[in-house]
Design a binder for this molecule. Sequence first.
Ligand code: TPP
Ligand code: SF4
Ligand code: MG
Length: 283
Amino acid sequence: MTTDTALKVADYKSDLKPIWCSGCGDYGVITPFYQALAEIQAQPKDTVIVSGIGCSGRFPYFCNTYGFHGVHGRALPTAAGVKIANPDLAVVAVGGDGDGLGIGGGHVAHVCRKNIDMTYILIDNSIYGLTKGQSSPTSPLDMTSKTAPYAYLEDPVNPLLMMLAYDASFVARGYSGKPKVLKELFTRALKHEGFSVLHIYSPCVSMNKQVTFKTMNEIVQPLPDDWDTSDRLKGMEMAMDTGTFYTGVVYEDHRPTIHRRLDDLEERSGRYDELGDLFRQYK
Ligand SMILES: Cc1ncc(C[n+]2csc(CCOP(=O)(O)OP(=O)(O)O)c2C)c(N)n1
Ligand code: SF4
Ligand SMILES: [Mg+2]
C-alpha cells in the first residue's frame, strides 16, 4: 500500500541521464532496479551503491542514493568496507564481467563465505565494453573480439556455478531483455539478509555482435514453477546446462550473516571479562 509520502520510481533517478549507447542492455537493468528500490521503499540517505570500472560501473551516477565509483575490480571489497563501517546502511555493489570475474575475481569467494549482508549485481555482457571490445572471462570459446581476432581460445567462467560453489546465500539469474522478471529478482535480492548475488545477462550492442538480444532470446527460459531454492546441488547441475539460460531465484539459504555471528560472539564473550572489555573498546 502506498501513501502520499511514499517514494516513487522517479525519486531514485539522479539528475544525470544514463549515457550508455542506444540499445545497451544496461537500460533494462537500471529501470527495474529503480522500481525495486521503490517497491521496498529504500531510503536514499541509507543506501550506498558501490561500483568498479566499466560501462556497468557507471551505475551509481544514475541513482539518487549515495554512491562510490571505485577502481577496477574492487567493487566487492569496497562495498564490504562500507557495510562493515556502518552496518545500518543498505549496500549494493555493481560491476561487469571483467570487473567482477577477471581482475576482481579473487574477491568473490571471500565475500560469499563471510555472508556480508549486501547485494551484488553482476552485469555480464561477455566483453570489456568500456574499453571497446576485448575478450572477457565470460566470452564464449571461439568468439572473436579485438583481442581475439581469429577465435577466443579459453573456456569461459560460469558465474552461476561459481557463486553456488562459493555458497553465496542468495543466488539469482536474470536477463535485461526481461525487465519485469528483474524487478522481482532485485526486490527479493535486496530483501535477503545475507550476501545476495544477481547475475544478469545484459547484451552490449556496440562491442559484442555475437552474444546479442537475438541469441539470448533463443535460450532464456524461466526456472520451473516448482523449483526448489534450497537444493544447491540441483542449482549447480542447472548452471552447468549452458544451452539454456534459466532465470529466477536459483538458491536461497538463511544462515546468519557475519554481523549476526559477531553479535552472538559478543554476547558469549560477556562470560569472559577480558574479551568483553576488548569488544566494548571497539564498539
Ligand atoms: C587496474 C585497471 N586495469 C584496467 C583498466 C581498464 N579497464 C577499464 S574498464 C575495463 C573492463 C570493463 O569490462 P567489464 O568489467 O566487463 O564492464 P563493461 O564495460 O563491459 O560493463 C578495463 C579493462 C582499469 N581501468 N584499471
Ligand atoms: S559499449 Fe556496450 S556495454 Fe558499454 S554502453 Fe555501449 S552497448 Fe552498453
Ligand atoms: Mg563486460
